[in-house]
Design a protein around this ligand. Sequence first.
Ligand code: MLT
Ligand code: MN
Length: 310
Amino acid sequence: MDIRILGSAAGGGFPQWNCNATYSRAVRTGSPGFLTRTQSSLAASANGKDWVLFNASPDIREQIAATPELQPRPDGPLRDSPIRAVVLTNADVDHIAGLLSLRERQRFTLYATARVLKTLAENSIFQVLNPELVPRRELPLGGITHLEGPDGPLGLSIETFAVPGKVALFLEDASKDGFGTSEGDTVGLRITQSDGQSANLFYIPGCAAIDATLRARLTANGTLLFDGTVFTDTEMPDACVGEKTGARMGHLAISGETGTLAQLQDLPLKRKIFVHINNTNPILDPSSAASKAVRDAGWEVGYDGMELTL
Ligand code: MLT
Ligand code: MN
């Protein structure tokens, strides 16, 4: 299985268009070690020919331009795309807005949970994806789905599981518990080749807490791509760029007693990689103490264009 990290940043990207804080300025001015990052997305393929997108970011056009594998084949038909399916892990803007750029009468299959499909159905702008060309298929929680494109199986299978999280920002209802969050608003995925010839890739770009159930899922020799939004829970207020904590946004901090490094330290995973990194996170600076702490704990910081083979 071939994997490409298309976008390693959280919502807003890096630099974020209106951000003038330390890290966004550093990357904008080309400070050594800082990499520009587009918004959260991944691509995977079992055969190197047919590709599945995991989340469709607002930066999808730029991501396709940077990834020849996702472009029409030079010898292909006049309208063509190797992107045969798109799988969504939640309804956040950074994960669904790219669907609007995938119009133009191209066939592919769209997969999401019932909750996320409901959001798409309630927002009529997504009708730009004609259901006759882009069928929407439900991902059952706890179930295995053998992904199919318009012409049949793609050789990839996913297990979909609910993780603690929060309903998309634009759907928050302040009058309800958890802002109206329900199971299926945020999911993680275990991605494998359908023929069983690959190790497990766990893709969890948004997660508010790690419990025993989640830890038990992360089986030996798997590769984990995990929510790296914030290093400390209060880093946005600390940087004076916003009031929200990581917890309020539905993202578990990397550091701290209950943070990701502490909670996942003993697991026998092959690789652990942070993705969905917010523009306030000090791991964006490879010379920071936070970057060192992450590396010392056996984690990698994902980057746009990162290639994995499983
Ligand atoms: C998030 O991951 O918390 C969201 O993408 C935030 C947003 O919608 O900008
Ligand atoms: Mn996000």
